[in-house]
Design a protein around this ligand. Sequence first.
Ligand code: F0G
Length: 458
Amino acid sequence: MKTIIEPFKIKSVEPIQFTTEAERHDVLRKAFFNPFLIHADDVLIDLLTDSGTSAMSAKQWAGILDGDEAYAGSRSFFRFEKAVRALTGLKHIIPTHQGRAAEKIIFTIMGGKGKVIPNNTHFDTTRANVEFSGAEAVDLPTDEGKKPDLIADFKGNMNIPALKALIERVGPRNIPLCMITITNNSGGGQPVSMANIRETKQLLKQHDIPLFLDACRFAENAFFIKKREPGYSDKSAASIAREMFSHADGCTMSAKKDAFVNMGGFLALNDDSLAVNARNLLIVTEGFTTYGGLAGRDLEAIAQGLEEIVDEHYLTYRIRSVEYLGQKLVGGGVPIVEPPGGHAIYLDAKRFAPHLRPDQFPGQAIVCELYRAGGIRSVEIGSVMFGKYDSAGKLFSPPMELVRLAIPRRVYTQSHIDYVIEVVLDVFARRNQLKGFRIVEEAPVLRHFTAKFEPLAS
Ligand code: F0G
């Protein structure tokens, strides 16, 4: 088989900044060892997130110029609505400025004290919005999904027996909706199978509980189904995506991922009275129903992006380029979550730096060293992001300590990725010298964004 190449030519470029190790040492110190506090100009390869960092196509930029900025009834809204409806088949399409705004709306209406929201794994903003409403966010990953070194096709799946047990324990009336996150971001960017979506829906239907998809990376999930699930190899990614949505009663979407845009999102759902409430709240917090916190040009770019994302040359390149990074790291002995996910490679910090305890934040130690050694920005997904304290102030850690190398869409070429591989292998060779961290300042929610750290002496 020939090399799978980038299915695009580069028309417009942006220089990246080179810094020395000494300069980066200083940058890190001034940013309190938190990559979110680093000036992006001081980053060489930015793998902090794949969200809002994609390269738009010429046609998307053309849409930006062509956007209709009418306050109400904009032509761009109708193009956007048509594209989202063609994809999801859902009745009410409500634009929001990004994914978490859709989450805020849905959980304000459906969440609240005493309510329980299950999800295969909540993303951090989803969990925060559920909890902010007073409801409880319950993660129900499968046992396979919790084992970073286990190779399986659909490690993002919902744990259906656990969901059944939860419904029996708390009662269906206390579960206003159930979510499935595709792909499962916090669980390693792992896909969810069609069978799992279908069976989850069947169980929920018996109890009249609606199923919502957190659909940020729906196209990557659809492509994994095509490649891995029996019966789907001849179907197009677009038709697989439509089938996934056909099981859902609604979805939240951050278009900053699988629609290639820098900003945007939506809430889509079938229930008429829920849609009335959602639109009323939208008007209060986001904007009128035909723009919802976005400019008309953004809606154009989303509509175009949703068409491009299901192109199979793109998806083949996308999934292969992430897999390439994963395979080279595994080849060098680096422990990662296997198999590689759709949008990112997750280093397994527990096995990478086993001499550091979770309360010494091994993931943060790796994040800082990748930046210091190579100017690569990544993010910890472990005890910094999800750690909680008990009443005695003792840290409760999540099951996995990960470092995410998220790959922006259509932005970096293979030589950028080869450089990333070299830096990770270099840091891995020196892993025994990595020092832990302690937190010196933190916010009560989503602390990873602003926390300040101090390196431990030994
Ligand atoms: N759900 C998932 C699964 C996500 O990954 C994100 C964002 C959101 C919801 C919220 O969307 O950012 O548009 O408000 N994930 C980004 C990331 C930030 O880096 O993984 P948003």
